[in-house]
Write a protein that binds this ligand. Structure first.
Ligand code: NAD
Length: 246
């Protein structure tokens, strides 16, 4: 069992991870995509899991259950980068984390994870008189909205305020803003890798905390580093904060 196994290997992120692994000299055990071997001899997740030291999944939510089952059956740690996950998916991840190490993150870049901790701090310090809105833009092919990263930043703001994001999130505003809402606005078009801005708007002043991803390589680099960190970790659910020491 050596090297990383890539699930969703033919996708935009899968290709970026293969390129980063080559650049950093990290061994790749194989890569599968929809039952096809993209790198190496393995055509399914179960065989790839048995042959890998760690799995990296950037695919689709519908593939999550099969990928987690493969990781658990083989006793292989897994990093989940796929976004658009629902509460059932998170419950599945929690169950898998009882037997193997699982790291789930909607954004594996250092910059966004640092931004999330700044947002949490700002929301905690500024208090409820400041309105919070999260604006994001991504390429025209993105399927989920708001982006997983926008939700991650919204969750950080909610945590700073001591509220649950689900109770205050406003994702499709019609009409007036409601008091205490954390609003989300999603723009789609072109080839944008990912822009996010958290606006904290007070009476007569505004703070804007933002991040621009210039290429997918930042997510791929963070994912490969986090996957290597996961090897040999005890069963449990981890986040990028554990890897980055934030
Ligand atoms: P993509 O559409 O280019 O790639 C997804 C790949 O998954 C495709 O090649 C598709 O064929 C494959 N796939 C579909 N069903 C599969 C299955 N059952 N088994 C294996 N592979 C299967 O998308 P992308 O831009 O590479 O993004 C992939 C996911 O990663 C999305 O959810 C995206 O939002 C997320 N993402 C996360 C981060 C992060 O930092 N966590 C960064 C960028 C993108």
């Amino acid at each position: 069992m050596t090297g990383i196994g890539i699930l969703g290997a033919a996708g935009r992120m899968g290709k970026a991870i293969i390129a980063v692994a080559a650049e950093k000299g990290v061994a790749v055990a194989g890569g599968v995509d929809r039952g096809e071997a993209i790198v190496g001899p393995y055509a399914d997740a179960a065989a790839l899991a048995r042959a890998s030291a760690v799995l990296i999944d950037f695919s689709v939510p519908a593939a999550l259950a099969g990928h987690l089952d493969a990781a658990v059956a083989a006793g292989t740690p897994i990093l989940i980068g796929t976004t658009g996950l629902g509460s059932e998916d998170h419950a599945r991840i929690d169950r898998a984390a009882a037997s193997v190490a699982v790291l789930q993150s909607a954004n594996t870049s250092l910059g966004v994870n640092l931004l999330a901790s700044l947002v949490e701090q700002a929301a905690a310090r500024l208090g409820p008189d400041w309105d919070i809105e999260v604006v994001e833009m991504h390429h025209r092919h993105k399927v989920d909205a708001p982006s997983g990263t926008a939700l991650l930043l919204g969750a950080a703001a909610a945590k700073g305020r001591g509220v649950a994001l689900d109770a205050v999130a406003s994702t499709d505003r019609n009409g007036r803003r409601t008091e205490g809402a954390i609003g989300f606005a999603s723009l789609r078009g072109g080839s944008v890798a990912g822009d996010h801005m958290v606006v904290l708007a007070g009476e007569g002043e505004r703070i804007e905390l933002g991040h621009r991803a210039e290429s997918r390589a930042i997510f791929a680099r963070g994912a490969v580093a986090a996957a290597e960190w996961l090897i040999g970790r005890p069963a449990g659910r981890y986040t990028m904060n554990d890897v980055l020491g934030l």
